[in-house]
Design a protein around this ligand. Structure first.
Ligand code: FPP
Length: 230
């Protein structure tokens, strides 16, 4: 089993269009697929599941769609967090939280605090996340430590740097899945996927289910991982 699986949930808009509905209908149905991915990961002993919910670049979408997505995050936090907690799942929102409304930030903090000591699956929701931002904020934190004399420049190693990323001490990504047939990374976990296996599926996100997740795991298990060795 991969320890850390990351998923770029793509294709909600196309799925909605196929049904003759507005894009937001696709996002609403995407929440069901999120539930199924979380349940699969928890059931199969995956340690960390990271889902790309909203990128730093998604703010450029039409205002109505952005508002609908924010409302959906808020609703999901309200309705799902207790269930996550009951299932011993630890929720972390990784991304630049300062971009969200005060109410959403407060809800995020409460949800993270409620589940902070849970020992099962770690569920990272990447929201207002972009790797350029992640790597830059890690570099800034290191620079502050050097300035304060806590560390010297030569203390900065890949491991030290990695621990300043939003994924902190979590294992690196083993398997990256992207739905909807697109084959690109879109500024997602660039450092953390250095040796990840990639799995692309044409399935649109709202149709993602435990069977598609199993296919990705089986494909992963057939790969030979060499980490640069031979
Ligand atoms: C990509 O599809 C999807 C998103 C940008 C949003 C993902 C959000 C959800 C799945 C719902 C809520 C999530 C949580 C964690 C509660 P797209 O809109 O880019 O689709 P398209 O490429 O077909 O246009």
């Amino acid at each position: 089993m991969p320890k850390h699986v990351a998923i770029i949930m793509d294709g909600n808009g196309r799925w909605a269009k196929q049904q003759g509905k507005l894009r937001v209908f696709g996002h609403q149905n995407g929440v069901k697929a999120v539930r199924s991915a979380v349940s699969f990961a928890a059931k199969h002993g995956i340690k960390v599941l990271t889902l790309y919910a909203f990128s730093s670049e998604n703010w450029s979408r039409p205002e109505a769609e952005v508002s609908a997505l924010m409302a959906l995050f808020m609703k999901a936090l309200d309705s799902e967090v207790k269930k996550l907690h009951k299932n011993n799942i630890r929720l972390k929102i990784i991304g630049d939280k300062s971009g969200f409304s005060e109410t959403l930030q407060k809800r995020i903090t409460e949800s993270e605090q409620l589940t902070a000591t849970n020992t099962g699956l770690i569920l990272n929701i990447a929201a207002n996340y972009g790797s350029y931002w992640d790597i830059t904020q890690a570099a800034q934190k290191m620079a502050v430590k050097v300035k304060l004399g806590e560390i010297s420049v030569s203390d900065i190693t890949p491991t030290l740097f990695q621990n300043e990323l939003v994924t902190e001490h979590q294992p690196q990504v083993d398997l990256l899945i992207r739905t909807s047939g697109e084959q690109r990374i879109s500024n997602f976990l660039l450092w953390q996927i250095a040796y990840a296996e990639l799995f692309f599926t044409p399935v649109l996100w709202p149709d993602f289910n435990e069977q598609v997740f199993s296919e990705a795991i089986m494909a992963y298990q057939q790969r030979e991982r060499r980490f640069g060795g031979c």
